[in-house]
Design a protein around this ligand. Structure first.
Ligand code: ADP
Ligand code: MG
Length: 385
């Protein structure tokens, strides 16, 4: 939805019978490059998009929390007592916002009770992390309202903790970091080991470019098998190579790894090691040349995910191949894989032809029509009203 702040405040009053104390928003993200590197202590290069999740929040005089979403307009608010909230005690969508409050308290901060109404323009399950947008919107709101003074870095960790322990999805900290640290016209280069991030210029508009998101609408679930299996392979590879994480291997170490690891584990490891190198290349290219030169690293990243990490699927490969054939500068699947979205970097003038080519390729393969839209680097999480 694209509700205005005024409309959301009115919807809040309708739901909860009082005015909100304020509105906070946090963006979704798209990852330019660096896939599955986050939980290997490696590098990622996401940017915050202009699609965001907004929460209207009012503090309550007790420890009760009520949370509702415009996505479920007919449902009663989910109501919990903060004193009885524990890991795994909430299921469904409310596990994301309530998980953040649980994670804050688990990290030693005290939250007041509150009423929360959630609204979002981030497409769900399209690889743009509507989940982190929701977590970060609740995180910045609760941080402000409780005057806890939590740093953005710790808020990112709190969002991750909510997703890992309350929702039960073993994800890294990239999505929350992008949502919290993003800025207009910039990508966020994140070192997932230190948690340090720095902004890298990414002025797509100025370069006459657009990043197209091609949502295949093939559903993926991070909680299910493939993602967990890739994590286990990475842990095994690091253990057998005697390093704390795959981050500690360089491209030069791959020759040795080929002799130590079984064939499948080696390919998993090779994806992570080369992907980290590609992220560093991408940062270098953006800093020295600009986004129009990013194409080849995006294409190489896709090939590595398709062939070595084996997390692509026919629909994603079709999207990437059709986009490249129709003139995209680069394209790759993005997100956890097994469905979700691909991205294509394109000159603005070429966008209509690329869109038509991807749609035609999907149609002739018998796939459902993909959802295709452009994203630009937008602002990070904060108070909006
Ligand atoms: P994504 O790739 O979009 O992050 P996830 O499966 O990780 O996909 O998270 C999507 C889930 O987050 C939804 O199924 C829902 O439970 C929750 N969610 C996201 N946005 C909202 C919203 N506006 N209202 C309610 N729940 C939401
Ligand atoms: Mg998610």
């Amino acid at each position: 939805m694209n509700t205005t702040p005024h409309d959301l405040a009115a919807a809040f009053a309708d739901r909860f019978g009082s005015e909100p104390d304020g509105l906070w928003a946090a963006p979704g993200r798209v990852n330019v490059i660096g896939e599955h590197t986050d939980y290997n202590d490696g590098f990622v290069l996401p940017f915050a998009i202009t699609h965001s999740t907004t929460v209207a929040v009012a503090v309550r005089p007790n420890r009760m929390v009520r949370v509702a979403s415009t996505f479920a307009p007919d449902d009663d608010p989910v109501t919990v007592d903060l004193d009885t909230l524990e890991e795994g005690s909430v299921t469904g969508w409310a596990a994301y916002p309530l998980g953040v409050l649980w994670a804050m308290e688990h990290s030693g901060y005290r939250c007041p009770g509150m009423d929360i109404l959630v609204d979002s323009s981030v497409p769900v399950g399209a690889g743009l992390s509507s989940s982190a947008a929701l977590e970060c919107a609740v995180g910045v709101a609760a941080n402000d309202l409780s005057e806890a003074g939590i740093s953005r870095r710790e808020l990112a960790t709190i969002g991750q903790l909510a997703e890992n322990r309350m929702v039960g999805a073993p994800t890294g900290v990239m999505d929350q970091s992008a949502s919290l640290f993003g800025e207009v016209g910039h990508a966020v280069f994140l070192d997932c080991r230190s948690g340090e991030s720095r902004l890298v210029p990414l002025d797509l508009e100025g370069a006459g470019l657009e990043l197209m998101v091609i949502d295949t609408r093939v559903s993926h679930s991070h909680s299910s098998g493939g993602y967990a299996a890739r994590r286990r392979s990475c842990e095994l590879g690091a253990e057998l190579m005697g390093v704390p994480a795959l981050r500690d291997l360089s491209v030069e170490d791959l020759a040795e790894a080929a002799g130590v690891l079984d064939e499948e584990t080696f390919r998993r490891v090779r994806h992570i090691v080369t992907e980290n190198a590609r992220v560093e290349d991408a940062v270098d290219i953006l800093s020295r040349k600009g986004p129009a030169d990013l194409g080849p690293v995006l294409v190489a990243s896709h090939a590595s995910m398709r062939d070595d990490f084996e997390i692509s699927c026919p629909e994603l490969d079709t999207a990437v191949d059709a986009a490249l054939d129709a003139g995209a500068l680069g394209a790759r699947m993005t997100g956890g894989g097994f469905g979700g979205a691909a991205i294509a970097l394109a000159r603005v003038d070429d966008v209509p032809a690329i869109r038509a080519a991807v749609e035609a390729a999907f149609s002739s393969a018998g796939y459902p029509e993909p959802a295709i839209f452009g994203v630009l680097p937008g602002a990070g999480a904060g108070r909006v009203a």
